[in-house]
Write a protein that binds this ligand. Structure first.
Ligand SMILES: Nc1ncnc2c1ncn2[C@@H]1O[C@H](COP(=O)(O)OP(=O)(O)OP(=O)(O)O)[C@@H](O)[C@H]1O
Length: 322
């Protein structure tokens, strides 16, 4: 389990992070969102022990009860290799351009896992297979520039999981990839997290990605954690104005906003869990002013998450009744 208490990071005169409480339970997946410059990467690098040398860190970061703040660089590197894995937005920067992929994965295996020398190659190929890279033998002989962006990210994931870390920190690992490749990487991370009971801290700007990957979400603003909780609850009833803005900009909410504009009423958050079937008119509690006008909505779209019907109603003027 990862636990952060009263963490403060300053660089020169600037306070970059001030985190009171933050937790990731074993095997759970946390999406970390926030506007640009809010401190997401700093949070990830604090956890991984990769902060700039001139940073001053106070407070506590514990992994399975072990305090990471104050550890020597050497101890920290050891934890990073074995218990915390990390992947980044740009795998090209993280890979050695003049070393074949197979050798780089083998190095990660050798340094990090104490696997016998004769077994290292086999384990490296096994890892390339685990991240679903086609023809691992041939791929292992290539250099990073001979791989696609998605393949490079998979190779980096193979290296990051070489020693079965308890926590994988992924800093916008799919932002640079096109949508279909992105989907494959997200599915892979989800599969690995489930299979190895590995917790995931996933940094992204994209709520769709948070929904796909995470069970919890944490929202950062100005170096602080302003909101956190189960993904669906936070997104349905956001408290902080940045979370609200983020939710308002997501495609489903845009549709809802357009629909309410059509009704000539201001857009507000609509609590969205009701027993419902597509096409069936339902009465639900709606916030002012829809509720006071005694209007109902017809369900145009509803999802079914874990057996619960939850929905974001899409309103159309023709669907109203009083
Ligand atoms: N090496 C550094 N020295 C001093 N300040 C830094 C350094 N790196 C980042 N910062 C500052 O720390 C703050 C948080 O930066 P961080 O990179 O964590 O933001 P972010 O939320 O990850 O942004 P983005 O979404 O754009 O990647 C910013 O104000 C940034 O200017």
């Amino acid at each position: 389990m990862l636990e952060i208490h009263d963490l403060s990071v300053t660089i020169g005169p600037h306070r970059i992070l001030g985190i009171e409480e933050f937790q990731i339970l074993p095997g759970r997946r946390m999406g970390l969102v926030g506007e640009s410059g809010s401190g997401k990467t700093m949070m990830a690098t604090s956890i991984a022990g990769l902060l700039p040398a001139d940073s001053v860190v106070r407070g506590s970061i514990r992994l399975d009860g072990r305090e990471l703040v104050g550890m020597s660089d050497r101890q920290r590197a050891k934890v990073r290799g074995s218990e915390i894995g990390m992947i980044f937005q740009d795998p090209l920067k993280a890979l050695n351009p003049v070393m074949r992929i197979g050798r780089q994965v083998a190095e990660a295996v050798r340094i990090r896992s104490g696997v016998a020398r004769r077994d290292v190659r086999g384990r490296a190929l096994e890892l390339l297979e685990q991240v679903h890279l086609p023809d691992p033998e041939a791929l292992a002989r290539r250099y990073p520039h001979q791989l696609s962006g998605g393949q490079r990210q998979r190779a980096l994931i193979a290296m990051a999981i070489a020693r079965r870390p308890r926590l994988l920190v992924a800093d916008e690992p799919t932002t640079a990839l096109d949508v279909t490749v992105q989907k494959g990487i997200l599915e892979l991370l989800l599969e690995l997290s489930r299979r190895h009971d590995m917790a995931l801290l996933f940094i992204t700007h994209d709520l769709g990605v948070v929904r796909a990957v995470s069970d919890r979400i944490a929202v950062m603003y100005g170096g602080q954690l302003v909101e956190s909780g189960p993904v669906e609850r936070v997104l349905r009833l956001p408290h902080h104005r940045y979370t609200e803005a983020l939710v308002a900009a997501s495609p489903t909410r845009r549709r809802l906003k357009e629909s309410t504009a059509l009704l000539g009423v201001p857009f507000t958050t609509i609590p969205g869990t009701v027993p419902a079937r597509r096409g069936i008119p339902v009465r639900m509690h709606l916030p002012e002013p829809l509720h006071t006008r005694g209007r109902g909505v017809r369900v145009r779209a509803c999802g079914n998450r874990r057996g619960r019907r939850s929905l974001v109603p899409v309103l159309e003027s023709g669907d109203l009744w009083s």
